[in-house]
Design a protein around this ligand. Structure first.
Ligand code: 13P
Length: 252
């Protein structure tokens, strides 16, 4: 399995930020893992042009469940693909919170992504209150059960475990806490997907940075990272890609 270093630029990145892509490709011309950036929709096409012929893939941050139609302000999986995207992040906690996205809606969006040939990166994770009240595995289990589309395979599905309280806070779960949830997700994927489950990449996300990446990548069933803030700067994201490349070499 190729590990995956994915960056989520969220609502950041004007066209001037494409210089970070140039710098990233100079620093990581041939990483030993997969490398993906998901910029705002406005930057997908120019970033795909900048990444052409390189190891960098480009993705979206959301898509509509329908293929086309009267949905002002939305974007379909086909439009993402046409702009040059190969992946799409779905069910990020910020979309679940800001836009009331349910597991059923995330599953419908993921089905649209798969039907279009995009790889779906489905995000799950508990809030701080849910962790404090001992509900972490219940919440993550429910999200996995409800958000996975039919027809998912190791090739078109990635799961990202992102504890909500670790996003943008500088706080991370302990290593045993990460290990517990990732092993749990692997088991639930096994129940849902059978023989495909061992090949599904399970990413950790939430305050990943160069200083903690190597330790997190050493955890069983952590197959990469979904990085927010530290993916905006090539120097930081490149260091995380290097740490994952080293982990890939160690695992080979
Ligand atoms: P940070 O890396 O900024 O904590 O964000 C994580 C995230 O939400 C990635 O999707």
């Amino acid at each position: 399995m190729k590990k995956l270093a994915a960056g989520n630029w969220k609502m950041n990145g004007s066209s001037a930020a494409l210089s970070e892509v140039t710098a990233l490709l100079a620093a990581q011309p041939a990483p030993n893992c997969e490398m993906l950036l998901c910029p705002p929709a406005t930057l997908i096409a120019p970033m795909a042009v900048a990444a052409r012929g390189s190891a960098l893939r480009v993705g979206g941050q959301d898509c509509h469940p329908e293929a086309a139609g009267a949905h002002t302000g939305d974007i379909s999986a086909a439009l993402l693909k046409d702009a040059g995207a190969s992946h799409v992040i779905l069910g990020h906690s910020e979309r679940r919170a800001d836009h009331g996205e349910t597991d059923a809606l995330v599953a419908a969006k993921a089905a649209a992504a798969l039907a279009t040939g995009l790889t779906a990166i489905i995000c799950v994770g508990e809030t701080e209150a849910e962790r404090d009240s001992g509900q972490t595995l219940d919440v993550v289990g429910r999200q996995i059960a409800g958000s996975l589309p039919a027809g998912a395979t190791a090739g078109n599905l990635v799961v990202a475990y992102e504890p909500v309280w670790a996003i943008g806070t500088g706080r991370t779960p302990t290593i045993p806490q990460i290990a517990e949830v990732h092993a749990f997700i692997r088991a639930r994927l096994g129940a849902a997907m059978g023989a495909e489950a061992p090949g599904v990449r399970i990413l950790y996300g939430g305050s990943v940075k160069p200083s903690n990446a190597a330790e997190i990548f050493g955890v069983a069933h952590v197959d990469g990272a979904l990085v927010g803030g530290a993916s905006l700067k090539a120097v930081d994201f490149s260091a995380i890609v290097a740490a994952l490349s080293a982990a890939q070499t160690g695992a080979a």
